[in-house]
Design a protein around this ligand. Structure first.
Ligand SMILES: [Mn+2]
Length: 346
């Protein structure tokens, strides 16, 4: 095998600075072995993909292609419009239920477990080997190789660590994609997971050509009128519980219908109740499947473990950001959830 360091760097690819953990090297070498043996590689991630999911997928796929591999991304759900620039050449395709992935290696990124990859099932993988790259607590290590670090801010951070460890060439599209992963999972470098390491990674991405202001405009501005109309309804639904320590907003199926939007147009709405002074737990309830089920997205600003609270209802996530679902309409789900949330405060 040609040592990765001797690969010619084409098309403005760069080799990233190594800034991971000591134990990364061994896992990265195992992933390298699987990549070397693979002919066809599929990259996938969690359902209703967010910026870190799409960004990590595109980064992996673009790097694999730069390594000369046949690679594509297969997702259960469409790419949100604000991330469409990360797929200029159509490397992402929608999964057709029941159609096998036809790969000998599958990368699953940013996904706590195999139930989170939507309509894609384990059977669709066939005999492919699996690389699990994730930063969520509770990942059951479902891969043949598992590169999982719950201290990482984003799956994109893990991709950086893998690529830098192996001295892989990282093309401009992959650098842009990693930057999007870092900003979307850190609240544009606001949360406690925006560690000095993340900021160094972001600085290097800026130095090698990523336009930070353009990324900010694309992700945080650039909303449609329908999205702002939905946000107006969401703000008007604000309610407080537990003397203002819990704040929630609710978006019903009728709100999506009236504004011509879907839950994908509301992916940052949990930041609305979080703005309220004195709030410790911010909640965003929204109906799915025509109002038959409800999802709640949790944000903790102080000591409440949002991940533990979500796990009470079969969900999961991080201490500060998590989510869970109910097979109930919104009002019933909210009553059930708020009762437990109030207990968790005491
Ligand atoms: Mn993530």
């Amino acid at each position: 095998m040609t040592p990765p360091t001797s690969l010619p760097l084409q098309d403005n690819s760069t080799v990233l600075t190594v800034c991971g953990e000591l134990e990364d090297a061994g896992i990265a070498a195992q992933i390298q072995t699987l990549v070397d043996r693979a002919e066809r590689i599929v990259v996938t991630g969690h359902e209703r993909p967010d910026g870190d999911c799409i960004g990590s997928e595109v980064a992996v796929c673009a790097i694999l292609r730069a390594l000369g591999k046949r690679a594509e991304i297969v997702n259960s759900d469409p790419t949100p419009r604000k991330y469409s620039n990360l797929d200029p050449d159509g490397m992402i395709r929608q999964h057709t239920p029941g159609v096998p992935l036809s790969a000998d290696l599958v990368f699953v990124v940013d996904s706590t477990d195999l139930n989170r990859i939507g309509k894609i099932t384990r059977e669709d993988f066939g005999t492919a080997k699996v690389v699990d790259i994730d930063h969520h607590p509770g990942n059951p290590m479902f891969g043949d190789v598992n590169f999982v670090d719950t201290r990482a801010a984003a799956a994109a951070e893990m991709i950086w660590r893998l690529a830098s460890e192996r001295r892989w060439p990282v093309p401009p599209l992959a650098r842009e994609a990693m930057y999007i992963g870092l900003i979307t999972d850190t609240g544009h470098f606001s949360y406690s997971n925006a560690t000095p390491r993340v900021l160094r990674m972001a600085a290097e991405l800026r130095e090698t050509g990523v336009d930070g202001e353009a990324a900010w405009r694309r992700i945080y501005l650039n909303k449609t009128r329908a999205e702002l109309d939905l946000e107006t309804r969401a703000r008007a639904s604000l309610e407080c519980f537990a003397n203002g320590r819990i704040a929630s907003i609710s978006v019903r199926n009728l709100d999506f219908v009236a504004t011509g939007t879907t839950p994908q147009n509301a992916d940052d709405f949990s930041s609305i109740p979080r703005m309220l002074a004195g709030v410790e737990l911010a909640l965003f309830f929204y109906e799915l499947n025509g109002g038959a089920s409800t999802k709640v997205s949790l944000r903790s600003t102080r000591d409440i473990d949002a991940g533990a609270l979500a796990r009470l209802f079969g969900g999961g996530g991080h201490r500060q950001a998590s989510g869970c679902s109910f097979n109930l309409p919104l009002d019933a789900a909210k009553a059930k959830f708020i009762a437990e949330a109030e207990k968790a405060l005491n």
